[in-house]
Design a protein. Structure first.
Ligand code: A2P
Length: 333
């Protein structure tokens, strides 16, 4: 490994960090060296990258000397504390947390939608959007390009992977406890997640919306450059391991038919139509698990709002919703 970029992953031992390593390997990202960073708890553990055993180091302010690209997936507090040190050391930070997403000096990028935003990085930081927002915009951006998006009404069905390893472990524990008549432990979510759905993702804010729901509003506006876009959303946690689904009614400036939408999706990278009701074909979370592409189906003309379509979009939260999108931003750089 003599050519390529010097990479660091802060949060390498987490669900997204592990997936980032897989994406870098699979996509033959030009890696000259890689530093795997996590909390002091993980220092000294070993992980494998491209067949090489690498020791995990504790993340510190001095971790980034000589690093070209620093991927952060260790939570918002950690990003706030350490990302500026990485940028100061000369690295471009690609941050998966919400810490910098709404900072006007930090571009917020879905590579298929607004790659040009990567040209301007005054703080040396680029933000990776919220997972539900990325997956929704993968379907909405090709339609917006031709028909002008006016409003989004959405309900999400979000996998436990969105809460990192803690969410995945909680669903595993509760599934095992339910089947084997053991005690169900509740640590990660406000209520039992197995055999349940919880209309509460992230913390409640003013007006009764959650932070996750407001991310859909604010981040969609920023990525699409639509300051007046109307978005209302109910985000729901469901007992699914790692793919998010979103039910969307989207209204447009111009009239749009189901056939128009199918034509707009044709040939677009990262989004595929799976929509044959007569064959009972529509996307489900397991179809996108560990896959790069988002899938869209159930495309219908909305019966309530003019120039609007109802659709159902599904994508792997850990991959396109987080790790893959971050690695694709790295590829633009
Ligand atoms: P660790 O495994 O040592 O706790 P997930 O979102 O899947 O829970 O993963 C979170 C990732 O962020 C893990 O790699 C975790 O490391 C890392 N992490 C959490 N807190 C810190 C911290 N204060 N400093 C460095 N890494 C952290």
């Amino acid at each position: 490994m003599s050519e390529g970029k010097h990479i660091a992953i802060a949060g390498a031992t987490g669900a997204v960090g592990i997936e980032m390593m897989k994406c870098l390997e699979e996509r033959n990202f030009p890696v000259a060296s890689i530093k795997l960073l996590a909390s002091a708890r993980s220092a000294g553990k070993t992980m494998t990258f491209n067949g090489k055993t690498i020791e995990v180091e504790e993340l510190t302010h001095d971790s980034f000397e000589g690093v070209d690209i620093a991927f952060f997936s260790a939570g918002g507090g950690t990003s706030k504390e350490f990302a500026p040190s990485a940028a100061k050391a000369g690295a471009i930070v690609i941050d998966n947390s919400s810490a910098f997403r709404m900072d006007e000096d930090v571009p917020l990028i879905v590579p298929e939608v607004n790659p040009e935003a990567a040209k301007n990085t005054p703080k040396g930081i680029i933000a990776n959007p919220n997972c539900t927002t990325i997956i929704s915009l993968m379907a909405l951006a090709p339609l917006h390009e031709k028909y002008g998006l006016k409003s989004i009404i959405a309900s999400s069905y979000q996998a436990v992977s969105g809460s990192g390893q803690a969410g995945i472990e909680e669903l595993n524990q509760q599934m095992d406890a339910l089947v084997n008549n053991k005690e169900i432990e509740i640590n990660c979510y406000p209520k039992q997640i197995v055999s349940n759905v919880i209309p509460h993702v992230d913390v409640f804010q003013e007006g009764g919306y959650t932070k996750e729901e407001l991310k859909m509003l604010n981040e969609s506006r920023k990525i699409l450059g639509l300051t007046d876009l109307k978005v209302t959303c109910t985000c729901v946690r469901v007992p699914v391991m790692r793919s998010h689904s979103v039910s969307i009614t989207a209204a447009f400036e111009k009239p749009i038919s189901v056939e128009d939408a199918r034509a707009a999706f044709a040939g677009k990278p990262g989004i595929k139509v799976v929509d044959s009701p007569e064959e009972e074909l529509y996307p489900v979370p397991l179809d996108t698990t560990c896959k790069d592409d988002c899938l869209v189906g159930r495309i219908r003309e909305d019966k309530v709002i003019d120039n609007a379509l109802a659709l159902w979009v599904v994508g792997d939260q850990v991959r396109k919703g987080a790790a893959l999108n971050a690695v694709q931003i790295g590829e633009i750089l």
